[in-house]
Ligand binder design. Structure first.
Ligand SMILES: Nc1ncnc2c1ncn2[C@@H]1O[C@H](COP(=O)(O)OP(=O)(O)OP(=O)(O)O)[C@@H](O)[C@H]1O
Length: 389
């Protein structure tokens, strides 16, 4: 189990800025300095802070691989995802880092404006690195339009769109309206991921050999994981129903001499949506190309939530092999009261990982944090908390 820390030679970048998380250019000295209130702080040997355990295996090979980083809110998913993407790019992989988290903070991490839903090049790394913040709201709109025909909304228009409005009333009790009018939670992220997959299939984006997803906090991810099956079943039901009704109506129409088939576009849209969801589900479960990395912090609550997330991922057959324990207090010979208490809590939480039936099997990488150091400086200079560096 390796412990690494990081810093940057100028305090222009936030401590967790991904470019400050790496020995960004080999020309850097073996250790770098940050200045804080003009106090030079010698940081640990700067290495890839978020290169999870077994990084060499992750960076090997040129076939495309997907890494999804997820975990409890605020643990450092975005920082680690951005850092990992920089590390891949610095190891020769044209890389795309995508945030599907509705509360984006990728722009903050790169200190670049990435909003707008298009790929933005990130300056600095050796190989091309592009970032993308997807707007899940827009993605959700796409779902709604799959059920709204000619500007209407809901099941009645959906059935009208198939020329079956006359039967919509009888179907009311099937509650199909709710499914179509209020998209299930996690749908926006599922559609956002399927959008990324769509354009990654196109020629112009086939350069990317590493795709890093900064996903939304745990709850979202869990709903997202079960969503494709849910949608597959419900859309399947609707389309089967359409089939039944279509043959019933054409029989009725042929009796009254009115030939004609229901408008296909609504059903086609739903069918396409269903195919996209199945692709998302397959992506999540592809052990050769995809891996989910859990990011956590050393607190009892975060470790417990990470254990539940790990169990759910395994239940959904999502490959998960690594755990990043982020924001760990750096070693120090003598602690202030604050750090001593914090360190005790952290080691108790880290012991939980070793004893947890789900997490203990994962490769663990511990990431130090600079925030505690800076807080120490703020609360009581001089440097009795950092002399261990
Ligand atoms: N190792 C670290 N050392 C110091 N600060 C860190 C570290 N990792 C993350 N941070 C800081 O913690 C805060 C949260 O980080 P980040 O936004 O990456 O978390 P997140 O899990 O993506 O959050 P959210 O769930 O809100 O999207 C940020 O201010 C970031 O700068």
């Amino acid at each position: 189990m390796e412990v690494v820390g990081y810093g940057h030679s100028s305090n222009s970048l936030r401590p967790s800025h991904p470019l400050s998380l790496f020995n960004f250019r080999p020309t850097f000295s073996s250790a770098t300095f940050i200045s804080f209130k003009n106090q030079p702080i010698k940081c640990l040997q700067v290495r890839a802070v978020a290169s999870p355990a077994g990084f060499d295996e992750m960076v090997s090979g040129t076939e495309r691989k997907y890494y999804m980083l997820g975990g409890k809110g605020g643990v450092g998913k975005t920082s680690c995802a951005a850092s990992l993407a920089v590390k891949f790019a610095n190891n020769g992989h044209p890389t795309l880092v995508v945030s599907t988290d509705p509360a984006h903070s990728l722009s903050d991490s790169f200190a670049q404006d990435l909003a707008g839903g298009t790929l933005v090049p990130v300056e600095g790394p050796y190989s091309p690195l592009f970032a993308l913040e997807l707007n899940p709201e827009k993605a959700k709109e796409e779902f709604r339009s799959a059920t709204q025909i000619s500007g209407g909304s809901g099941i009645k228009d959906f059935m009208d769109g198939m020329g079956l409005g006359v039967l919509a009333e009888q179907l009311g009790e099937l509650k199909l309206g709710e499914l179509l009018d209020t998209p299930p939670p996690g749908l926006d992220e599922a559609i956002a991921i399927s959008k990324v997959m769509q354009f990654l299939e196109s020629q112009e984006y086939n350069i990317f050999t590493r795709i890093v997803f900064d996903t939304a906090p745990t709850g979202h991810t869990l709903r997202l994981l079960s969503l494709p099956d849910f949608l597959d079943k419900s859309i399947g039901k609707i389309l089967k129903l359409r089939q039944k009704i279509a043959s019933a109506t054409s029989a009725i129409k042929s009796v009254f001499g009115q030939e004609g088939t229901p408008k296909p576009d609504a059903a086609d849209k739903l069918e396409r949506l269903r195919e996209r969801m199945i692709k998302v589900r397959e992506l999540f479960r592809d052990t050769t190309s995809t891996e989910f990395i859990i990011v956590t912090i050393p607190t009892v609550m975060a470790i417990s939530e990470s254990s539940r997330l790990c169990a759910s991922l395994k239940m959904e057959d999502v490959p998960v092999k690594r755990l990043i324990a982020n924001q760990i207090l750096p070693p120090s010979a003598s602690d202030c009261k604050f750090c001593a208490m914090k360190r005790k809590d952290q080691s108790r939480a880290l012991d939980m990982i070793q004893n947890d039936p789900e997490l203990s099997s994962l490769m663990l990488k511990k990431n130090l944090t600079l925030h505690q150091l800076i807080r120490c400086f703020q609360s009581h200079l001089p440097t009795n908390c950092i002399d261990g560096l």
